[in-house]
Design a protein around this ligand. Sequence first.
Ligand code: FE2
Length: 304
Amino acid sequence: MKITSLGYVRLESPDAKEWQTFGPEVLGLAVSDDPHGAPNSVSLTNDDRPGRLVITEGPHNRLDRTGWEVAGAEELEAAVAELEAAGVSVTRGTAEQCRAARVRALVRFSDPAGFTHELFYGQLVVPASFRPGRAMSGFVTDGQGLGHVVLVVPDMDAALDFYHRTLGFKISDEIDMFGNRVVFFHVNPRHHTLAIMAVPGMRGLHHIMVQTASLDDVGIAHDLCADRGIPLAMTLGRHTNDRMFSFYVRSPSGFEIEYGWGAETVDDDGWVVTHMQSASIWGHRPGDAPPPGCLEPVAGPETG
Ligand SMILES: [Fe+2]
């Protein structure tokens, strides 16, 4: 299966409305027109594809689903055949669901941790439409998708098998972080589009990363968080593996936004998997945000 990028992320949150200001004014995301969107939702994007990030009001802070892009209709059909051959139950999106997602076709399935995923092709592009919510130079998305997501899963082996073997995510590298194994995957030149970390008995969204076009964009967002008293989950720092210069801000919905610049890319030709013992060369120290609020207990192997 050949997934080409992270196309969109859908979230549920009691505080969805706070994204109307946090998204554009702090992060610089654009508010998207969303004619087929759910009421009480905030639709945002970081490029010319509207609605890459939609937060809908609901009882819990949780990841609703992630949308993964494939190249076209044939690739989607091939992916469905591969999933079904692997024993994964696949549901085809209705015309209404495709219209709401602004894609030509989508299919939906669950992973071993219980996360919902969609595969799609034919996402809507509105050329030259992106206007950042505040002055900034924009985001790195061309050929690299929305950004990356980091998921907490209860069972590393099951998740690794599913994402790597079934969905075809390629391993970039691994980091041993505070006794936890974190595995990073790529599907395009972005160093990682997905990373997973195992926490027994838990699942959830740890963070979403968006990558800005300039270092100053990160500095300005850092100032804005300080000015508005928005707590940071991790201070400015530079990651060991993708060399991203970033900080982590606690979003209104419990999970974190990694706001970064300057990541290195992956070239599959000659790429060698390594492992590291630290996530950061410097910085990324704990901030003053409370513990993450976007994790939920789940029945894993150790809890039956
Ligand atoms: Fe990250």
